[in-house]
Design a protein. Structure first.
Length: 133
């Protein structure tokens, strides 16, 4: 269930995604960097209680990092399934890396998303990115 507080943080994630797009910074995986930071700076108990917010569902690499360090809940604005659909609509060839749902990479995590209120905004960000490529 997405709360108003969750929506606030997700909107901030979308803003950050827009900023990254504008700066041309599209190869970073902040979820991976966050997992590394959490492993170095938080206790296992703190990590298990943490909530990670992202504009898009974790890629398999980031999902694995999330699972390995024992981070808690994941909340994302748009899903891998949506991304695959949007890319297909734009005629973008599929990625060599499969877009797997987080649940197929890690288990025992609470996962919430996608969020319908942010779907169109996320779709537009992907359109802008692929127009540049």
């Amino acid at each position: 269930m997405i709360s108003n507080s969750d929506l606030k943080y997700l909107r901030r994630c979308v803003e950050l995604a827009r900023t990254a797009l504008e700066k041309g910074d599209h190869t970073q995986h902040p979820e991976f960097a966050l997992a590394r930071w959490a492993a170095a700076n938080m206790t296992r108990s703190e990590r298990s209680k943490a909530t990670v917010y992202t504009s898009g569902e974790h890629c398999p690499m980031c999902a694995a990092a999330h699972g390995w360090v024992g981070l808690g809940r994941i909340v994302y604005a748009s899903s891998s399934k949506q991304l695959v659909q949007w890319l297909d609509e734009m005629g973008v060839p599929p990625s060599r890396v499969r877009n797997l749902p987080i649940q197929e990479v890690i288990r025992d995590s609470i996962i919430d998303g996608p969020v319908p209120e942010l779907e169109e905004e996320m779709r537009q960000l992907h359109r802008q990115f692929y127009k540049r490529v």
